[in-house]
Design a protein around this ligand. Sequence first.
Ligand SMILES: Cc1cc2nc3c(=O)[nH]c(=O)nc-3n(C[C@H](O)[C@H](O)[C@H](O)COP(=O)(O)O)c2cc1C
Length: 179
Amino acid sequence: MELNEILKKRRSIRKYAKGSGITPDLIKECIAAAMEAPSWKNTETARYHAVMSPDKISEIREKCFGTWNYQCTENIQALVVATFVKNISGYQKDGTPDNELENGWGIYDAGLQNSVFILKAAECGADSLVMGIRNADAIREILGIPENEIILSVIALGERSETPERPHRKAVDDIVKFY
Ligand SMILES: Cc1cc2nc3c(=O)[nH]c(=O)nc-3n(C[C@H](O)[C@H](O)[C@H](O)COP(=O)(O)O)c2cc1C
């Protein structure tokens, strides 16, 4: 599939069908693609905690999501918690931040990776929903995520049972200035 087709196909999906197409191998393929993204000094600080056990998925949906994301993730086959190891990307070896963004660069790197992750998922026929509205402390406790990792989003993976319209996008000329 060409990139333009993948960009068109990928949408945030909030209604999923029951299915079994999401496998550990598929998730690993998406992570492998994501790892081709650039990162600050090639520090590669993004991490993934892939939850596929139905019991753990239910626990996370019940304890870590509000009503909206709980409803959106019915029939979901995997929840992938995206994190990054803090105080490395954007920092010198002695721990001094390279500039004012500090751990913002770790977030930036992870965002670049996560974007490739969801596009690769779309190419593989997997639908996704990135969720920033989640209880990070509860997720950390349930999965035992170490304190040196900052928890970002939870990426739900499944198979769509809706075909949403493309949400409005600004015009290119609204967000670019040439000098
Ligand atoms: C960082 C981030 C956090 C998001 N959090 C949520 C969320 O908690 N719940 C939700 O339903 N959608 C969430 N979304 C999905 C956005 O609402 C969605 O990407 C946007 O409306 C554009 O739609 P599209 O992804 O179909 O192009 C999030 C997206 C991003 C990038």
